[in-house]
Design a binder for this molecule. Structure first.
Ligand code: ZN
Length: 415
C-alpha cells in the first residue's frame, strides 16, 4: 500500500509543474499527514523539490513542491535492421542526449524494417551492439549511471513484453529470441522490450497528441501497417503481445499475398509496399501512366505516386484510392472493437496525401459501427528515428509511473 500511495503522489506531481501539499492531498485522496510523510521521503531521495511557502490567497500559505525530473534517467532505443537509434531522457521524457549507431554486418543492407534477411541474424551480435551503444551513450552523455533506472527497446515485430522475448521479427528473421533478459544481465539495469508501434503510442501519450486522452489508437502507415492501442491510459498489449496488429485483419478470402503468408490482409491491400507493387504490375501490363517517365521504376516512391496523382495520372489516383479504401476498412474494424476517443495516423505513408486519405475517410465513415465517434487526425511531421526511441523511453516511464495495482515490468525504484 505504501508503494501504491507513493506512486500515486509521484504520478500526480508528474502532471503538474508545481503543487501545494494540500492540492496533492486532494488530487490523490490521501490524508495530509500521509502526503507529508511521502513528500518528506521523496525529498530526502532528491526526487521531489521542496519550494517552501507560496503566496497565500487568504488562509495559510501553501507549501509548494515539484517533481525533480532530473533526479533519474531512462534510455530508449529503436532497434532497426541497419542502425540503433538511442536517446537518454529525464523523467519528463525530455531528450538529454541522442545518438545513432550503425549496425554492421548483413543487416546494414536491410534498412527496410519489413525486409526479411535470408538467414536469421545472430542475436548475440545484436545484443553486443545494443549493449555497446548503451555504454557509449552513458559515457558520452555524462549522466550518472547510478541514476539510470531502465532501458526501453523498441523493435518491429511481435513482442512478449512480460518475458522480454521477441516472438517474431521480420527485420532479423527471428522467432522467440529472448532479448530483454540478456541485455539486462549485461547492463545491470531493468530492460523492457516493446513492439515499435506500441512505442509510437507511448510517444503520443507522453509528448504527443494522445496526452491526456484516455483511450486512443496510434496508427503507423508505411511499408507495413500497424498500431499501438492505449486503453484507459494503459498501453494494451494483448495476451501474446500482438494487440493492435490490424494490418493483418483479413478483408477478403482472396487477394494479394501478405508478409504474414496469408492473403487479403489490410497490409497486403493498403501499405506503401502494396501501392508500389500495384503500380509496378500495371506498368508491366502496359498501363498508360506518367510514372513510366520517372525512369527507373524500381526507385519509385510514394511521394512520386502522390505527385503524379496530383497532376492527373489516373493509374496513381486509382491505386492510391484503392489502398486508402482498404486502410479505412481496417481502421473502421479497429475502431469498432476499441471505441477510441482519438485515432492518430502517422508514418511515412502520410505523404501520399488526399488521394489516399479521402477514400480512407469515406471507407471509415461507411463501415464503422454508427455509434462510434472518434476524432481522426494526421501527424504531418515525418516520424524520425529519435521519436521512436523517445517512445521506447516513454514505455519505461509509463511502467515507473503506473500506480502498481498490477506488477510492473520494471523492477526498479526511483531515487
Ligand atoms: Zn497479413
Amino acid at each position: 500500500m505504501a508503494d501504491i500511495n507513493r506512486n500515486l503522489v509521484v504520478n500526480v506531481l508528474r502532471t503538474c509543474p508545481v503543487m501545494s501539499r494540500a492540492d496533492l492531498s486532494r488530487a490523490t485522496g490521501l490524508s495530509g499527514p500521509t502526503v507529508s510523510s511521502i513528500v518528506a521521503d521523496l525529498t530526502s531521495r532528491g526526487l521531489v523539490q521542496d519550494l517552501g511557502q507560496g503566496l497565500s490567497s487568504g488562509g495559510r500559505p501553501p507549501f509548494l513542491v515539484r517533481l525533480n525530473d532530473k533526479a533519474n534517467y531512462v534510455i530508449g532505443l529503436k532497434l532497426m535492421g541497419h542502425a540503433i537509434s538511442l536517446v537518454v531522457t529525464d523523467l519528463s521524457a525530455t531528450v538529454m542526449y541522442a545518438q545513432v549507431t550503425p549496425l554492421v554486418g548483413p543487416a546494414a543492407a536491410m534498412p527496410d524494417q519489413k525486409a526479411r534477411p535470408p538467414v536469421p541474424r545472430d542475436p548475440g551480435s545484436i545484443i553486443d551492439a545494443v549493449c555497446a551503444a548503451i555504454d557509449t551513450a552513458v559515457s558520452s552523455s555524462g549522466v550518472d549511471v547510478g541514476r539510470l533506472i531502465g532501458v526501453g527497446v523498441g523493435i518491429n515485430g511481435t513482442v512478449d513484453a512480460t518475458t522480454g522475448t521477441c516472438r517474431l521479427s521480420p527485420t532479423f528473421n527471428w522467432k522467440n529470441v529472448p532479448l530483454a533478459r540478456p541485455i539486462s544481465d549485461r547492463l545491470g539495469h531493468p530492460v523492457i522490450l516493446e513492439n515499435d508501434a506500441n512505442t509510437l503510442a507511448a510517444a503520443e501519450q507522453w509528448f504527443g497528441r494522445g496526452a491526456g486522452v484516455d483511450t486512443f489508437i496510434a496508427v503507423a502507415v508505411g511499408a507495413g501497417i500497424g498500431s499501438g492501442v492505449v486503453v484507459n491510459g494503459q498501453l494494451y498489449r494483448g495476451t501474446d503481445g500482438a494487440a493492435g496488429e490490424f494490418g493483418h485483419v483479413q478483408l477478403s478470402d482472396t487477394g494479394p499475398l501478405c508478409s504474414c503468408g496469408r492473403v487479403g490482409c489490410v497490409e497486403a491491400w493498403a501499405s506503401d509496399r502494396a501501392i508500389l507493387r500495384d503500380i509496378h504490375a500495371a506498368i508491366d501490363e502496359g498501363r498508360e501512366t506518367s510514372l513510366g517517365r520517372v525512369g527507373n521504376t524500381g526507385e519509385l516512391t510514394i511521394a512520386q505516386v502522390a505527385a503524379a496523382a496530383e497532376h492527373g495520372d489516373e493509374l496513381s489516383r486509382q491505386v492510391l484510392s484503392q489502398a486508402g479504401h482498404y486502410l479505412g476498412r481496417g481502421i473502421a474494424t479497429l475502431m469498432t472493437v476499441i471505441n477510441p476517443r482519438l485515432v492518430i495516423i502517422s508514418g511515412e505513408g502520410v505523404e501520399a496525401g488526399h488521394w489516399r486519405f479521402d477514400p480512407m475517410m469515406r471507407a471509415i465513415e461507411s463501415s464503422v459501427f454508427p455509434d462510434i465517434n472518434a476524432e481522426i487526425i494526421f501527424a504531418p511531421e515525418p516520424l524520425d528515428d529519435t521519436r521512436w526511441a523517445r517512445g521506447a523511453a516513454c514505455v519505461v516511464l509509463g511502467e515507473i509511473f503506473n500506480t502498481p495495482t498490477q506488477p510492473s515490468l520494471v523492477d526498479a525504484r526511483l531515487g
